[in-house]
Design a protein around this ligand. Structure first.
Ligand SMILES: [Fe+2]
Length: 289
């Protein structure tokens, strides 16, 4: 449960998002002191500050029911970094522990060729504990480019707290590879602070299905679109409304688009996890009508 200070702070954030919907400059100016308070008063629970190993951890600290914003704790092991990405909404980052480096980029091609992108680095800055930086889109006269990467330049764990005007971990955005001159879809996901999940949640709202035993496992790894979704649809038809189906797929389009679409049209709740082994696990259950 949250502390009273955090509860009040989330209420204030909800109010800012509601009233400043069309003015990100004002929204950012009002959010900044709240984030500073989170850092100065050490309001983030211990479980959101733990590194998880070979990659940075992304924990969802808070998200209101309408998912209009999110408070995310990122824990960076020594030397760890995230892929270069965009945000498609405004946001702020506060350095909660140790230090981070931000590399900023701008896109220089016209975006006319699918999957192709050229980006150029425009800056690099280091931020110490207590410092706050802006990320994402900022619509003012100093409008900045919405592409960056964060990394931990030290050998000790760093923690950054992100407040975004979106459901950061579940929003589909873009990841850039400057060497390959490529851009692809990117859903960063959320890690489980209790450490029970083997992977990150990337889609769906039925997180409770993670703790349930599936009645059937449909392993469609090796199959490509649209077969995984078709098989999922058939399997769901056969199943009762209390039974959980687990689908394993290594088809990215199936995991992100087609299987979720089949679940929705079958009246089923679902949650999708990206596993570190490079495939996806989807748990789904028909809702009783
Ligand atoms: Fe970012």
């Amino acid at each position: 449960m949250y502390s009273r200070e955090l509860e009040t702070l989330y209420q204030e954030l909800r109010e800012i998002i509601r009233t400043e919907r069309g003015d990100s400059t004002r929204a950012i100016a009002k959010t900044r002191p709240l984030l500073k308070e989170v850092i100065d008063r050490r309001l983030i629970q211990e479980k959101f500050l733990r590194p998880i190993g070979s990659r940075p951890a992304a924990y969802l600290v808070y998200r209101p029911p309408d998912r209009s914003f999110s408070v995310v704790s990122m824990v960076w092991g020594g030397g760890q970094k995230f892929p270069i990405h965009d945000h498609l909404s405004w946001g702020l980052i506060g350095v909660y522990q140790n230090r981070i480096t931000e590399e900023r980029f701008k896109r220089v091609d016209e975006g006319e060729k699918a999957g192709y992108a050229e980006i150029q680095q425009t800056g690099e800055s280091e931020f110490e504990e207590g410092k706050i930086l802006e990320e994402g889109l900022v619509f003012d006269e100093l409008r900045r480019e919405d592409i960056h990467r964060i990394l931990n330049p030290t050998t000790r764990p760093s923690v950054s707290i992100h407040i975004l005007a979106s459901d950061l971990g579940m929003k589909e955005r873009h990841q850039y590879n400057p060497e390959q001159r490529s851009v692809k879809r990117f859903v960063s996901g959320y890690d489980d602070p209790e450490g029970r999940l083997h992977g990150r949640i990337i889609a769906g709202t039925a997180e409770h299905l993670i703790n349930e035993e599936p009645r059937a496992i449909l392993d469609v790894r090796g199959l490509v679109c649209p077969d995984p979704a078709h098989k999922t649809g058939h399997e769901l038809e056969e199943m009762g409304s209390s039974e959980v189906l687990e689908v394993l797929t290594d088809s990215e389009d199936s995991a992100y688009d087609e299987i979720p679409a089949v679940c929705r049209s079958s009246g089923a709740e679902f949650v999708a996890l990206e596993l570190p082994e490079g495939y996806w696990r989807i748990r789904t259950r028909k809702l009783s009508s």
